[in-house]
Design a protein around this ligand. Structure first.
Ligand SMILES: CC(C)(COP(=O)(O)OP(=O)(O)OC[C@H]1O[C@@H](n2cnc3c(N)ncnc32)[C@H](O)[C@@H]1OP(=O)(O)O)[C@@H](O)C(=O)NCCC(=O)NCCS
Length: 217
């Protein structure tokens, strides 16, 4: 039986790999990058440092096969990311350039300059949390994404957070269908493209609970 527990530092080798294997609108970005830690240093690792109580893995056979990571308060997280995380993590990569073209140039630019304005936009006030969820491709469509989301929403509720939002690539139809089935609905933000902004309450009375995984910290 798969089990859900808090993310630990020893999971990072596996969870970084999963991040890279799913980072291109749900598809593998491995061939696109010379820096396999770069995208995880934006979308995975900082959450495990800033909000470790909101970062979970699903493990199977003793290894992490998927994760959900997020933050309770996007404004606080984005401020820390801009002021503390990006200057530190950014030292590992080439200096950003003004008009990024390649995958690595784009994410280096985002790490240094663009994460705060992409994260903090009008419209997210009722949905202060945000999250990222990724499973190794061979573990898709087994109900594990649903279980990870239930775990995350319960942890938010316990922490007193009323709502959560996500940004999903418009080129990720599977991801969009998943969020729809988990009760996420469009939220209004200015200039949303090229991503779709979705939000939901942390009241999970609309979601049916199942017991297909064990949960532990
Ligand atoms: C998106 C993702 C997290 C979903 O997790 P999952 O374990 O595959 O999803 P589940 O099996 O829990 O599915 C729950 C429901 O979501 C919907 N769903 C999930 N993936 C879907 C897909 N590819 N196509 C259509 N519906 C989908 C279904 O309604 C499903 O219920 P059902 O299987 O009873 O029909 C996972 O597929 C993944 O990691 N994808 C790559 C990375 C990604 O796209 N991340 C999210 C975008 S930011």
């Amino acid at each position: 039986m798969a089990a859900i527990r808090l993310h630990r530092d020893i999971d990072l080798d596996e969870t970084r790999r999963i991040c890279v294997r799913t980072a291109n609108s749900g598809q593998d970005s491995t061939p696109m990058t010379a820096f396999p830690d770069l995208v995880p240093d934006i979308f995975l690792v900082p959450y495990t440092v800033h909000d470790p109580d909101l970062c979970f893995v699903v493990e199977d056979g003793g290894r992490a096969v998927g994760y959900i990571v997020g933050c309770a308060d996007t404004v606080r997280f984005a401020t820390w990311f801009r002021d503390e995380w990006a200057p530190l993590a950014g030292r590992k990569y080439p200096q950003p350039i003004e008009s990024p073209q390649s995958w690595d140039e784009l994410w280096t630019y985002c790490l240094h300059f663009n994460s705060y304005p992409r994260m903090v936009v009008p419209g997210i006030e009722d949905y202060p949390s945000h999250l990222h969820i990724d499973l190794a491709p061979e573990f898709h469509r087994l109900g594990l994404g649903r279980e990870l989301m239930l775990t995350y929403l319960k942890a938010l509720r316990t922490a007193g957070v009323p709502g959560v939002h996500v940004c999903v690539s418009a080129q990720n139809p599977g991801g969009l269908k998943y969020y729809d089935s988990m009760g996420f609905r469009p939220i209004e933000v200015p200039d949303p493209a090229p991503v779709v902004w979705l939000g939901r309450s942390t009241d999970i009375s609309d979601l049916i609970e199942t017991t297909m995984v064990s949960r532990a910290n």
